[in-house]
Design a protein around this ligand. Structure first.
Ligand code: ADP
Ligand code: MG
Length: 471
């Protein structure tokens, strides 16, 4: 009997570990979760913010929550995200991240029409549409030109004028610099006269695996190869995934052969992609590669002004930030445009709530407050973020295997655990599959040295840090 039970439990466990690709295991009762929110945040915050959040999709390791506006999302993210995650985790431990989806009324209508427009070929189509809808608010009109994105922007526009002349167009650059925005803008521009497919590499993989499981590869191939404009976001995700690369390679070739335009984004240039087949890298580099750099202060100021204008128009309210305050925000926000917009939203939210014209001193206080907020950065969170960042399964990262592609991320995670949490070396060691504290010391030393000598390492560390701080 007990033997039977063990086997049963083991089976269950295995199932849990396969969560990566299994969609939607619904276990959360959203009403219960809301009750907990009410208790722990208090009725006032609950009524004005949390009540309006809906549960859109539930996956084993993350949730997609619906919110009414971008502003609402940014506010929630900057104030309550950690606590929300902590609360939902108490219902379902396997959750480690939350994504937000903005549910605007007119957007829902649009989606509806689109689904109807398409003739049903397979269910791939429906589920794809749910995820890979073009966002009407990320267009060329509101993409601000600056020195750092000038070339990427002008070639994105050229692609729309001369489809297939620059093929593929490959846009690379760090997190939050506008790659997805540009890809989306190209999609919007071309969608009227072309069959546009816009998908992230991660979703491409998801559908690929789902089709294999369902024995439905014919439809999968058909579906993607039918597009005349194929836009794929964050291609670095294919790193280390051999069969996915194989499939992508064939899709790529067949699209190019029939003259379809391909547009790709990535966080690095084609040749720097790790664990990607050489033939794919050279295919990716075979068209035009353009890159987006970090914004200079001029661009940041222009973006702030544009955002203010957008918010004023949308909410029909007057937002007055002095040039001095705008300059201050632009110079304070160092890493990327996503962060810049987040900071701006906080400042605006503050001035709205307190109904006053802000001075630089106010802003300093607000931002200090924001940066001082105790962020719950745990060893768990670091391990998850690092393994996601390098696209390696968490179990492999924690395993005893010593190959470089696993050992480096493991060391980086240990290094960050030391730097960003208050855990002691032995405690960190234990959390990494019971390693000795000397292993942790060695990791910290190695990564400290590498991040001083090696630009790539420095960049990786910074990006992971900003992921940890932002989410
Ligand atoms: P990435 O895909 O490179 O990580 P995104 O395209 O998601 O970055 O951009 C992050 C945020 O910054 C988005 O809200 C986007 O609209 C905004 N953004 C980036 N670049 C610009 C720009 N040049 N003008 C206006 N908004 C921008
Ligand atoms: Mg992106």
């Amino acid at each position: 009997m007990s033997l039977y039970r063990n086997t049963y439990m083991e089976k269950n466990n295995t199932k849990k570990h396969n969560v990566y690709i299994s969609e939607e295991e619904k276990t959360l009762n959203w009403n219960d979760v809301r009750e907990t929110f009410k208790k722990s945040f208090g009725t006032e915050i609950y009524n004005s913010w949390l009540q309006k959040i809906s549960l859109e999709k539930e996956f084993n390791d993350y949730l997609i929550l619906g919110v009414p506006t971008r502003f609402f999302r940014d506010w929630i993210v900057s104030r309550y995200l950690d606590k929300i995650l902590e609360k939902v985790k108490s219902f379902k431990l396997s959750l480690n991240r939350i994504e937000f989806k903005i549910i605007e009324e007119n957007q829902q209508k649009q989606e509806f029409i689109k689904i109807e427009e398409l003739n049903k070929v397979s269910e791939i189509k429906d589920s794809l549409l749910n995820y890979n809808r073009l966002n009407p608010s990320l267009n060329f009109e509101n993409f601000i030109q600056g020195k750092s994105n000038d070339i990427a922007l002008s070639y994105s526009k050229k692609v729309c004028e001369h489809v297939s002349r620059y093929n593929p167009l490959y846009i690379c650059g760090g997190v939050g610099l506008g790659k997805t925005h540009l890809l989306n803008a190209i999609g919007l521009e071309l969608q009227d006269n072309n069959n546009v497919m816009f998908i992230s590499a991660e979703r491409f993989m998801y559908h690929f695996i789902k089709s294999i499981k369902k024995n439905d590869m014919v439809n999968f191939k058909d579906f993607f190869r039918k597009s005349s404009v194929f836009i794929i976001d964050d291609i670095q995700f294919i790193s280390g995934k051999e069969s996915l690369q194989e499939e992508f390679f064939h899709t790529f070739n067949s699209l190019i052969d029939k003259g379809s335009q391909i547009i790709i984004s990535s966080d690095r240039s084609p040749m720097k992609l790790e664990r990607v087949q050489e033939r794919i890298k050279s295919r990716l580099a075979g068209g035009l590669v353009v890159d987006i750099e970090a914004p200079d202060i001029d661009l940041k100021i222009k973006i702030i002004k544009k955002k203010i204008e957008e918010i004023q128009n949308k909410f029909k309210e007057n937002i007055s930030l002095s040039d001095e305050v705008i300059n201050f925000i632009a110079s304070e926000s160092k890493t990327n445009i996503r962060e810049l917009i987040g900071v701006l939203n906080r400042v605006i939210a503050f001035s709205r709530v307190h109904n006053k014209i802000l001075t630089v001193a106010d802003c300093k206080k607000i931002l200090k407050d924001v940066f001082n907020q105790i962020r719950v950065i745990t060893v768990d969170k670091i391990q998850n973020t690092v393994s996601n960042y390098f696209n390696i399964p968490l179990n492999d990262m924690l395993s005893q295997r010593r190959s470089r592609p696993l050992a480096r991320p493991r060391q980086i995670a240990m290094y960050l655990a030391k730097k960003m949490t208050s855990r002691s070396l032995p405690e960190i060691g234990r959390r990494f599959a019971n390693r000795d504290h000397t292993t942790v010391i060695h990791a910290v030393k190695t990564i400290t040295r590498l991040s001083e000598q090696d630009d790539e390492m420095k960049k990786n560390i910074n990006q992971i840090k900003s992921l940890l701080i932002e989410h």
